[in-house]
Write a protein that binds this ligand. Structure first.
Ligand SMILES: *[C@@H]1O[C@H](CO)[C@@H](O)[C@H](O)[C@H]1NC(C)=O
Ligand SMILES: *[C@@H]1O[C@H](CO)[C@@H](O)[C@H](O)[C@H]1NC(C)=O
Ligand SMILES: *[C@@H]1O[C@H](CO)[C@@H](O)[C@H](O)[C@H]1NC(C)=O
Ligand SMILES: *[C@@H]1O[C@H](CO)[C@@H](O)[C@H](O)[C@H]1NC(C)=O
Length: 615
């Protein structure tokens, strides 16, 4: 039963009224709503890809994300949007859920999709959401951000929007600050200045980017980036083929330390749910579609990354330079890649084929991801301790190695050994925490492919966090090895023997497993392979439109745009009536547009080019 058009408004108003007395007791800030802040407050944002959540059917599908982010101390989600047909539906859900959960949100326009000349469209969208109670306001102005978008006429957008004042925090290059109120730096990873891993001759740190931005900002607020990881491995099975890593080993730990010392006014975590580039800190179980990433995200929870960040976020809010006094209980957070760098996947890898087009794709590399050698074969452990203790790590045949860890936060590493991974914390001869990871390191390849994503575990263990059926839908697309599209982490053994020991690492309990097994059954129907539910393409501004001028200093913003431009059914509707044939080779950059009247001429079974909404 569908309510009449006014009903949702009435429901919103009701929730607004009921919630106001509870929600307005905001954790920091004394303003009237959690969404309304003073320009001097320190805030933590987290980048959220609307483009991968088009399978959500109600505001409540956002509730877990809102609750978990808020519990970690995140103040607002930056809702990254493209120009898909589902965008406004999903924005409505997100704003509604944010409101009912006491979170704030704001829009981040993705200029891989949005045109910088679209000032009136951008003004319209800002205006539509400006009055929603969950909209983040800074000094009563509507907070708006972007990915890329250099050249956008900020004053032009503002003059199209008479009812609201905008607080602009776009991701422009530092030299393009124009009239922005703040700037967001996307480049959260050490890089070569050209959107790839550093090499000996071109080696830019994230903090060099901080310096470029803070110099250009001359005291205006800076949105500093922090990201745990970067690894992407899309082969020719999709149109947005890309295959590289940024060095990520201890980045999450080191960068948070740097953030506390930098003391910027704003921080943006990249990202909540960009699974394709492996920098998610949100759950795998957060509802989303599979753009092909499940080959390297299945069984690879990152919840521990968010756990680690929690005391750092608290320290950041408090303006502390160190995290130590914000650690409330003993925790070990550990991560590692599932295979050694030397593993060779050969012909089973999904990036085995050379790039077929005469037009080069600077983001695609054959075999191991570009930059893989900047990663160390180590198991990394972060100890967050209330008082000193001994951290013991055994990685396969390596170790046990024991480290005397001080009170506060410290990082440790042990060379990766294949086999079982075990961790413990002892103090005064007593075992405080102990457990085996659910994920062994193996000597060959996971499901036959190069997987440079991280497995993250914690002690005490978190809840199980499996991918859903939607999140596994493209799993077998271009997978040669026999590997089922189901979560497969078992139940941990090796329970701790100590007083406060929590035996299991993050994983899936057996009743959850049987439930998932059923779901996987329904997704793996062999009829013609999984249907890609979306097509997207990532374009660095370097390859993008001339509107963007990239600065060599801070590095180009990395690819993002997790924005599908259509569903396959839409594309199917366009096909068949046209006169121009589009193939994978002829339509790759800068956009992957099917226009009305075009026909898909790609190889059978490959996913068709996308339809450009604007086309
Ligand atoms: C212009 O903005 C409107 C509203 O946000 C959007 O629907 C449309 O797709 C945009 N077009 C481009 C090309 O940016
Ligand atoms: C880049 O510089 C850092 C030190 O700032 C160093 O640790 C790293 O090995 C360098 N990377 C490369 C690829 O040379
Ligand atoms: C195990 O999984 C089931 C199904 O998801 C859940 O209801 C139950 O609470 C879980 N138990 C534990 C101990 O995590
Ligand atoms: C598993 O697959 C079979 C055959 O396709 C189907 O009949 C059955 O309903 C499926 N089970 C579940 C739990 O989806």
């Amino acid at each position: 039963m569908l309510p009449d058009a006014m009903a949702p408004m009435r429901i919103c108003t009701l929730i607004f009224t009921l919630a106001s007395s509870l929600v307005w007791a905001a954790p920091h800030g004394s303003s009237a709503s959690p969404a309304s802040r003073q320009s001097t407050e320190k805030l933590v944002f987290c980048h959220f890809m609307i483009g991968v959540v088009d399978d959500r059917t109600s505001a409540s599908d956002y509730d877990n994300d809102m609750q978990q982010a808020k519990a970690a101390g995140i103040d607002a989600f930056a809702l990254n949007i493209g120009i898909d047909g589902f965008t406004s539906t999903q924005l409505d859900f997100a704003y509604e859920s944010a409101h009912s959960n006491g979170m704030s949100v704001f829009i981040s326009f993705d200029f891989n999709w949005y045109s910088t000349s679209n000032t009136s469209g951008i003004a319209d969208t800002i205006g539509t959401y400006a009055g929603y109670p969950a909209q983040l306001l800074i000094d009563s102005k509507v907070f708006v951000s972007s990915f890329s978008g250099d050249g956008l006429d900020l004053a032009g957008v503002q003059s199209d929007l008479t009812a609201h004042e905008i607080f602009w925090a776009p991701n422009f290059q530092p030299n393009n600050i124009a009239s922005a109120d703040a700037l967001f730096n996307w480049m959260a990873w050490p890089n070569n200045g050209d959107n790839k891993a550093p090499d000996a001759g071109n080696n830019l740190t994230v903090s060099e980017g901080d310096t470029s931005y803070t110099t250009a900002l001359k005291g205006k607020p800076y949105v500093a980036p922090v990201s745990p990881w970067f690894s992407t491995h899309f082969g020719l099975e999709v149109k947005y083929s890309k295959n590289w890593v940024f060095p990520s080993d201890l980045l999450w730990f080191d960068r948070w330390t740097e953030i506390l010392n930098l003391g910027s006014q704003f921080v943006e975590i990249q990202t909540w749910n960009d699974y394709g580039e492996s920098h998610y800190v949100g759950p795998l179980s957060s509802p989303h579609i599979d753009d092909g990433n499940s080959k390297w995200t299945n069984d690879m929870p990152h919840d521990g990354f968010l756990q680690m960040a929690k005391p750092y976020i608290a320290a950041f809010h408090a303006g502390s330079k160190t995290v130590d006094s914000h650690i409330e209980s003993d925790q070990l957070i550990y991560w590692y890649r599932p295979t050694l760098k030397s593993a060779s996947c050969g012909s089973t890898d999904n990036c085995e084929q050379p790039w077929p087009s005469p037009t080069p794709n600077p983001n695609y590399f054959t075999g191991k991801p570009n930059g893989y050698d900047t990663m160390e074969d180590s198991v990394f452990v972060i100890a967050l301790l209330t008082s000193p203790g001994s951290v013991t790590v055994t990685s396969g045949a390596n170790g046990p190695e024991t480290f005397g860890a001080p009170a506060g936060a410290s990082s440790w590493q042990v060379g990766m050994g294949t086999g079982k991974q075990s961790f413990s914390l002892t103090r005064n001869g007593q075992k405080i925490l102990s457990g085996d990871s659910l994920k062994d390191i193996i000597s060959d390849c996971v499901c036959g492919i190069y997987n440079f994503n991280a497995y993250v575990g914690t002690l005490p263990a978190g809840a199980s966090d499996p991918l859903s059926a939607d999140g596994l839908r493209s799993f077998t697309n271009s997978l040669s090895a026999t590997c089922q599209p189901t979560p497969s982490l078992g139940t941990a053994t090796g329970a701790g023997t100590g007083v406060v020991a929590v035996p299991t690492a993050v994983g899936t309990n057996s009743s959850a497993l049987s439930m998932i097994g059923g779901t996987g059954n329904s997704t793996s129907s062999g009829s013609g392979g999984p249907q890609p539910s979306a097509v997207r393409i990532a374009v660095s501004p370097l390859q993008g439109s001339g509107a963007t001028s990239s600065s060599a200093v801070a590095g180009a913003p990395a690819t993002t745009s997790q924005t599908p431009t259509t569903t396959s059914s839409t594309t199917a509707a366009i096909m068949g009536s046209g006169s121009k044939t589009i193939t994978a080779l002829s339509q790759l950059f800068p956009t992957n547009c099917m226009h009305a009247g075009f026909v898909w001429g790609g190889p059978p079974g490959s996913d068709p080019a996308a339809w450009c909404n604007g086309g």
